[in-house]
Write a protein that binds this ligand. Structure first.
Ligand SMILES: [Zn+2]
Length: 378
């Protein structure tokens, strides 16, 4: 499918990503994949834009208030009809202009590359601290208490840093499979304070940067990374009882699934059953989450790993593997469960409740990631 992205350069007031004492963020840069496999980009300028051919260093200017097509082309990238070698960078001149792409505001430099001459990849280069100002409003909420946002800033910084400097063309993608990031447009004063007041702080365990997973709501006990993904047992990601998120609206969920849908699913997973007789949680991990679901049918039993069932039924509706009850109801089954998300690492709803009770962010982090040290990344 042909996908055209509208890229628009606009004059936007600069978001002041600097600390109260005037320090400008430095630290590492991060490369964020913001589009992959695009068939072309329509660039609209409202100010001047420099196009830089990275290999030759050749730079030319696109005038303001004009539209340009950027397309993949055999041998490189065609910018406004001119063939350049891949990659090219789009740079806004000094003076605080920012780039809009697909409705999102980006503060960094944009690199457009075409590895195969047929599709474009778009990557933003920006300081890690600026990136966090874009992650926090999406992964948490600008309205949440400051200490929860600060805990999120440290968790997100730590998580992102784990992926920097690896042997890929970019460090992180912008979707929920990593950390959601929609550019820097939604950062308010509270987000800036959360990022700037924890500037450079990351979590380490035994001298190594932690893969600081987090999730919406654990439902009463966080999961171990080992149970969730088969990763090595690591004390900070082993799972803790969480009394703080019980008041959250995400603490419990229910999902009705028609028996016919379940039958169709287990048939696709290899069962020859024609009728389901019962459905129950078969195995649980130590946090209480289901490991597998057992279907008893007219042709024996079929056990399905809960992660596979969750993906098949929709991980938005089937909110967690923390299935507490499966009840037969009117031609189907009602799944009841707790929490939302994979359950590993920090529970955001619990962090919010702890912050509202006056707990400082370091206490929140040490609760969810026991035994970590919180240190500067340099
Ligand atoms: Zn929780």
């Amino acid at each position: 499918m042909k996908r055209i992205l509208a890229l628009l350069l606009a004059v936007i007031p600069c978001v002041p990503a600097r600390a109260a004492d005037g320090r400008i963020p430095d630290g590492p840069n991060i490369r964020v994949l913001i589009a992959q496999g695009s068939a072309g980009i329509r660039l609209k300028t409202s100010t001047r834009v420099y196009v830089l051919e990275v290999r030759s260093g050749k730079k030319f200017l696109l005038v303001e208030n004009a539209a340009y097509d950027i397309k993949p082309s055999p041998g490189g990238i065609s910018v406004a009809g001119q063939l350049l070698s891949s990659p090219v960078k789009l740079l806004s001149p000094e003076g605080g202009e920012r780039i809009r792409l697909g409705g999102n505001l980006y503060k960094g430099d944009i690199q457009v590359s075409s590895p195969d001459g047929r599709r474009l990849d778009v990557i933003e280069f920006l300081p890690l601290e600026d990136y966090l100002c874009g992650v926090l409003p999406v992964e948490m909420s600008p309205d949440w208490p400051l200490e929860a946002l600060k805990a999120q800033a440290v968790a997100s910084r730590t998580y992102a840093l784990k992926f920097v400097n690896q042997t890929r063309d970019y460090d992180v993608s912008d979707g929920v499979e990593m950390q959601a990031y929609n550019g820097a447009g939604k950062a308010n004063a509270r987000i800036l304070e959360a990022v700037n007041s924890t500037r450079g702080e990351v979590m380490k365990y035994k001298g190594k940067i932690l893969t600081a997973f987090f999730h919406a709501c654990c439902g009463g006990h966080t999961a171990s990374a080992k149970a969730a993904w088969g990763e090595d047992v690591l004390k900070p990601l082993y799972g803790v009882p969480d009394p703080f998120c019980s008041g959250s609206r995400h603490a419990r969920w229910e999902l009705y699934v028609p028996a016919a849908d379940l039958l169709k699913y287990i048939q696709s997973a290899g069962s020859t059953a024609l009728k389901i007789k019962s459905v129950r949680v078969y195995k649980k991990d130590r946090s209480g989450r289901a490991v597998s679901i057992r279907f008893t049918t007219d042709r024996g039993t079929k056990d399905i790993p809960v992660g596979e069932l969750r993906r098949a039924l929709g991980s938005y509706e089937f909110r967690s593997s923390f299935v507490t009850r499966i009840t037969p109801v009117k031609g189907g089954y009602e799944f009841s469960g707790r929490g939302w998300g994979h359950g590993v690492g920090m529970c955001q709803e619990g962090a919010k409740a702890m912050a509202l009770k006056g707990r400082p962010y370091k206490k929140i982090l040490r609760f969810y990631y026991p035994a970590v040290s919180i240190v500067d990344y340099e």
